[in-house]
Design a protein around this ligand. Structure first.
Ligand code: FO1
Length: 449
């Protein structure tokens, strides 16, 4: 057996039937290092059934534009080729996944279906539709978290401090090397024509703006190269330099994680292998990768209304409500924020970085979100503005990690109360002077003007 059984969870317990096993790929868009694909391969080999992979391409996705679809489709084309090289056919289904996935399962008379774990709301709805419509079993495999989300904790965690020991306790068990995907005989391949990627693009109805980002290459191969470059060149010194937006010290891997072109577990394995001599650097990165990232899935999974103001911790909502009527020195509409039209050059530079590059340095993302709180008419509107700008422009938006990053900054999620100030109440405060103490803000502004 290739996959730890605790990674696998039945969503619809129906008896397995004769027929091919289908991996309905969604979050984890790669042929290598993919526990969901490996679990489907396990099932197929049990009975000698053929293995198929299908991706349901929605014509639109909340917050997504051509920027994100272009990145995703270029990665998927590479994944199609990698699967075919192992004798596994890849099908691109065009249309609403809740409809086209069950249609496909019926059309090829699938015996069982495996999909990947994802706490985002849309995905839960798609899965429910497939679980109801498909006559066979639907299994969900956590291919994204090193410690499967539901294994790490059965409830919403209060903070990193409560979650960290739970992750560390199970790491040994789950942070194992990936087996290779077995090769399958080509019989199913012959009957599956290659994907028509032009037709796929033509099926989309998404905004052309924001468009593709020029300076990042999508796909699993580029993701792996980016990981290798990070561990070799930027891991040494990471702990000291990661909060300097000018240092170019961060991993830059989050777009690849978001589209599942790289397994966080692969990054963890490589960074651990490079840890000797760079213990503090590796541990600082692993804290982000394992504890913080997996805490985001924990929050979204156990909080159905995860992106709503009402989901914030009680203390944070109380303090924000109490200060909602405070005088604001500056007030901007969502459109003014979007146009980078604030009075402050540093904030505008962060917004421009986001729009132009699809990325924003982690430290600046906190600052950017906190100023949206400070300069919006209400904390509710601030939350909506920050989430929607992040979803629209960031390559790694529309992700539990982005949701939690914004809620941490604006709404004290996973944080604690600090000294009271106007507008923020007890939410942790950041200011421009603090940034200028930490890094050369003028250089950052010059780079993004
Ligand atoms: N997942 C799909 O299964 N089908 C899609 O058409 C699709 C589009 C899409 C566009 C932008 C984006 O950021 C994500 C998209 N995803 C799609 C989902 C993605 O794979 C992730 O699972 C979640 O967004 C994050 O957990």
């Amino acid at each position: 057996m290739l996959v730890h059984p605790a990674r696998v969870r039945p969503l619809a317990e129906k008896p397995r039937r004769a027929g091919p096993v289908v991996y309905w790929m969604s979050r984890d868009q790669r042929a290598e290092d993919n526990w969901a694909l490996l679990a489907a391969a396990d099932l197929a080999r049990e009975t000698g059934a053929p293995l198929h992979v299908a991706f349901a391409l929605a014509p639109g996705y909340p917050g997504a534009s051509l920027r994100h679809y272009d990145f995703m489709l270029r990665g998927l084309a590479e994944t199609e080729a990698a699967l075919r090289a192992r004798g596994v056919p890849f099908h691109l289904l065009l249309g609403d996944p809740a409809a086209v996935a069950p249609e496909f399962l019926r059309a090829i008379a699938a015996g069982a279906c495996v999909t990947d774990f994802d706490p985002m709301r849309v995905k839960t709805l798609w899965k429910r539709a497939v679980a109801e419509a498909f006559a066979g079993p639907l299994l969900e495999v956590d291919a994204h978290n090193v410690v499967p989300c539901v294994v790490a904790s059965p409830r919403r965690e209060y903070a990193a401090a409560t979650f960290r020991p739970k992750i560390h306790k199970r790491l040994q068990e789950f942070l194992e090397p990936f087996p290779e995907l077995p090769a399958f005989p080509d019989v199913a391949l012959v009957a599956t024509p290659p994907v028509d990627w032009g037709a796929a693009r033509a099926s989309l109805s998404v905004d052309a703006f924001p468009g593709p980002v020029p300076d990042i290459v999508p796909g699993p191969a580029a993701a792996r190269a980016a990981l290798d470059a990070f561990t070799a060149e930027r891991l040494p010194g990471y702990a000291a330099r990661r909060n300097d937006p000018n240092a170019g010290a961060v991993s830059g891997l989050s777009p690849y994680f978001h589209f599942g072109q790289l397994a966080p577990q692969r990054a963890a394995l490589e960074v651990l292998a490079a840890r000797a001599g760079h213990v503090a650097d590796a541990d600082a990165y692993l804290e982000e990768l394992l504890v913080r990232r997996e805490l985001s899935d924990n929050y979204c999974h156990y909080t159905p209304n995860y992106d709503r103001y009402d989901a914030l911790p009680d203390w944070a909502r109380k303090t924000l409500d109490a200060h909602a009527g405070d005088e604001r020195e500056h007030r901007y509409t969502p459109a003014q924020f979007e146009a980078a039209a604030s009075h402050e050059a540093l904030w505008n530079a962060a917004q421009r970085e986001l729009v132009a590059t699809g990325r924003i340095h982690g430290y600046m993302r906190m600052y950017w979100a906190k100023k949206i709180l400070e300069w919006s008419p209400s904390p509710r509107q601030a939350l909506d503005t920050a989430l929607s700008l992040n979803d629209r422009y960031a390559l790694d938006g529309r992700d539990p990690n982005g949701v939690v990053g914004v809620l941490w900054s604006v709404g004290g999620l996973h944080d604690r109360p600090w000294a009271t100030r106007p507008v923020y109440g007890q939410i942790r405060y950041m200011n421009e002077r603090g940034c200028r103490r930490k890094f050369d803000a003028n250089a950052y502004i010059a780079r993004h003007s």
